[in-house]
Design a protein around this ligand. Structure first.
Ligand code: G3P
Ligand code: CA
Length: 238
């Protein structure tokens, strides 16, 4: 059995504001093997880390980030919504994220939230010499298809609501390495089936410790968690 990947979902997002440097550093302190984050683009073409298609939930801005330049986005507070302790946290550009965490011995998982980023993401990774340490993921097949067109070697993970036989064909078309099913749908049988076809299984939306333990007992290769400390403990006890 290889190492089971403990991936901090948007950083250690249970303890610090998601997709901020504070959350990523905390994830690593808590023993995560890797960091997962979400990518979007500003009005002037800067790729940055942000989950929602609106700014309201996790910043003091409003509306779609596409309306704002990177300079304007950098003025927003991305930590106060979470706790006063994080006032002053800023949105993070992809280049900064890669520059800081690309040099550390951790895996990086980039989720492309919208089409149109593929070529630039590959370019940034190539420029920083990081194509080999990243997994690019998306729920959208067309996005992953474009990623594969731009680069034949980068690792691809296909995010799906749940596993079914049809996904295999899609994984093969994408020359993907990994299928990422929603944790609640993971069973020992489907993990075995996916692995038998040569793909890794990485679960997402692991919303409780019980679900985390369920996924471990089913034999997944890794999972994204908001609480990497609890997964570190569970892996130590295995
Ligand atoms: O790990 C995949 C997961 O991040 C996908 O869902 O909504 O958290 O981006 P979401
Ligand atoms: Ca994500």
């Amino acid at each position: 059995m290889g190492i089971i990947m403990n991936l901090a979902h948007r950083g250690a997002s249970e303890y610090a504001p998601e997709n901020t440097l504070a959350a990523f550093y905390k994830g690593l302190e808590m023993g995560a093997h890797g960091l997962e984050t979400d990518l979007r683009m500003s009005k002037d073409g800067v790729i940055f880390l942000h989950h929602d298609d609106q700014l309201d939930r996790t910043t003091d801005g409003t509306g779609s980030p596409v309306r704002l330049t990177w300079k304007e986005l950098q003025e927003l507070d991305a930590g106060a919504w979470f706790s006063p302790a994080y006032v002053g946290e800023r949105l993070v550009s992809l280049d900064t994220f890669l520059h800081i965490f690309g040099r550390k011995p951790v895996q990086l998982v980039l989720e492309l939230k919208e089409p149109g980023l593929e070529k630039m993401v590959i370019h940034s990774l190539d420029e920083q010499g990081l194509l080999g340490k990243v997994t690019i993921t998306s729920f959208q097949y067309n996005i992953l298809h474009a990623v594969r067109k731009y680069n034949g070697a980068v690792r691809i993970g296909y995010l799906v609501q749940q596993w079914d036989e049809e996904k295999l064909e899609r994984l093969r078309e994408l020359e993907a390495q990994q299928l990422c099913p929603r944790a609640e749908t993971v069973t020992e049988e489907n993990v075995r089936a996916i692995k038998q076809h040569g793909f890794e299984v990485r679960a997402w939306k692991v919303s409780s410790e019980a679900l985390m333990k369920h996924c471990l007992s089913c034999g997944v290769d890794g999972m994204t968690v908001n609480f990497p400390d609890k997964l570190s403990d569970a892996l130590r006890d295995m």
